[in-house]
Design a protein around this ligand. Structure first.
Ligand code: PMT
Length: 334
C-alpha cells in the first residue's frame, strides 16, 4: 500500500474542492491482479535503464477498461475506446526520442501495428517466385505505401529498447498497473511524463458486491448497483508522481461543457495539461488546456484528406511544454 507522503505542488489556480482518499480504500479492498508483480518489475527495470541514460520517459495509457459483473467473469461493462489516440501518440513520442511505457487494453490498437488494423494484412503481400524451392513473399507497396518508413521506425525503436508494452483488460488491473508505473517513474522526476489517454470507467461493482458465478438469466434481469471509481489522478499528482509532467484527457459529448470540465479538472487535480475532446470529432480537433491558457488544434481539410494524425500536433506541443517544464523545475530526479 502506498501511503500519502508529500503535500500537493503549489498552484497558480486556487483549489476549490477537496480530493478524498477513496483510492486508499480501493487498493485495500481489491487484490493485485494476476501477473502484477512481473509487470511491475518490468516497468521498474525499463524506467531504471532509461533513467540512467537520461532519456525522457512517457507513460501512455490507452484503450478502455472492462468492468466485470461476476468474479469469474463472463460479462463485463465496456466503452467505445479503440486505442487510436494512445497508439498514434506513442509513435510520435518515440520519434521525439522518448522511451514509452505503453499501458494498453488487450486487443486495442498498438503503435506501428495500428496501421494494419483497417486493411487485410494478407492483401498487402504477394508471392514473387512460384518455383518450389524459392518462394519469396514481398510487400506490395502500392497497397502499403508507408510500409518501409514504418518498418525502419519500428526497428530503430526495437533496437534502442525504447518501447515497453504492458497489457491490461479490467479496471482493477489498470489501476494497479497505473500506480506501479507511477512508482517506477518516481525517480525520473520532471523527466517523466504521464499521458492518460485511456478511457477509464467512472463506475464499477466493488469486489465484495459481485456474484462469484455467472449471473443466471433464468433469475430475470439483474438489478445492478454501480459505485464510483476513485479518480486516480488525485493520488498520481499528489503522492505517486509529484514531480512529473501530467497530461490528462477530458472527454465529453456536450460541447458546452467541455472547456468548463477541463478547467475544473486542472483546478481540482492541479496537474499540467488537460486535453479536451468531443467524442464525435476527436480525430480532427482537440483543445489543449493549461493552467494559464487554452488553444485548439484542428486538422486542415488537406491533412484530413491525407489521413494525417492529430496526435502528431498534440505530441509536438506537449514535448515543447515538457522541455520547458524540465527547465523550470530542474531535472527534478528524486
Ligand atoms: O481510444 P480512442 O478511440 O482513440 O479515443 C481517445 C479518447 C477519446 C478515449 C481519449 O482522447 C480520451 O479522451 N481519453 C480520456 C477519456 C476519459 O476517461 O475521460 P474522463 O473525462 O472520464 O476522465 C478524465 C481523466 O481522468 C482521464 O485522463 C482519466 O485517465 C482520468 N481518470 C478517469 C477515471 C478514473 N477513475 N480515474 C482517473 O484518473
Amino acid at each position: 500500500m502506498t501511503t500519502p507522503t508529500s503535500p500537493p505542488q503549489s498552484s497558480r489556480l486556487k483549489r476549490t474542492d477537496s480530493v478524498g482518499d477513496d483510492w486508499v480504500q480501493f487498493f485495500a479492498t481489491h487484490d493485485a491482479p494476476q501477473n502484477y508483480k512481473e509487470k511491475r518489475e518490468k516497468m521498474h527495470s525499463f524506467a531504471e535503464e532509461h533513467f540512467k541514460k537520461q532519456t525522457k520517459v512517457v507513460l501512455i495509457t490507452s484503450g478502455g477498461t472492462a468492468v466485470p459483473m461476476e468474479s469469474r467473469t463472463v460479462r463485463f461493462i465496456d466503452n467505445f475506446s479503440s486505442g487510436t489516440r494512445g497508439a498514434a501518440s506513442a509513435e510520435y513520442f518515440l520519434s521525439e526520442g522518448y522511451a514509452v511505457i505503453f499501458l494498453f487494453r488487450h486487443k486495442s490498437l498498438e503503435p506501428y501495428m495500428r496501421h494494419f488494423s483497417r486493411h487485410s494484412f494478407l492483401d498487402m503481400l504477394q508471392i514473387d517466385s512460384e518455383t518450389d524451392n524459392s518462394q519469396i513473399i514481398t510487400v506490395d507497396q502500392t497497397k502499403a505505401p508507408n510500409m518501409l518508413e514504418l518498418l525502419k521506425s519500428y526497428q530503430t525503436v526495437k533496437t534502442s529498447k525504447r518501447l515497453l508494452s504492458v497489457e491490461y483488460v479490467f479496471l482493477q488491473e489498470y489501476l494497479y498497473l497505473l500506480r506501479a508505473a507511477a512508482e517506477a517513474l518516481h525517480f525520473a522526476g520532471s523527466k517523466a511524463m504521464f499521458y492518460l489517454a485511456a478511457a477509464v470507467s467512472d463506475f464499477y461493482i466493488p469486489g465484495q458486491d459481485m456474484p462469484e458465478h455467472k449471473i443466471q438469466s433464468s433469475d430475470g434481469p439483474p438489478q445492478i448497483s454501480l459505485c464510483k471509481v476513485p479518480k486516480m489522478l488525485a493520488p498520481l499528482v499528489r503522492h505517486w508522481a509529484t514531480k512529473a509532467f501530467v497530461t490528462s484527457f477530458k472527454l465529453e459529448t456536450d460541447k458546452d461543457l467541455l472547456l468548463k470540465k477541463a478547467r475544473q479538472a486542472l483546478i481540482k487535480f492541479n496537474h499540467q495539461v488537460v486535453i479536451a475532446n468531443i467524442l464525435e470529432d476527436r480525430r480532427r480537433q482537440v483543445t489543449i488546456v493549461t493552467q494559464d491558457k487554452h488553444f485548439t488544434i484542428s486538422l486542415t481539410e488537406e491533412e484530413l484528406s491525407h489521413e494525417a494524425d492529430i496526435e502528431e500536433h498534440i505530441v509536438k506541443k506537449l514535448t515543447e511544454q515538457h522541455a520547458q517544464f524540465i527547465t523550470e523545475n530542474g531535472n527534478g530526479s528524486t
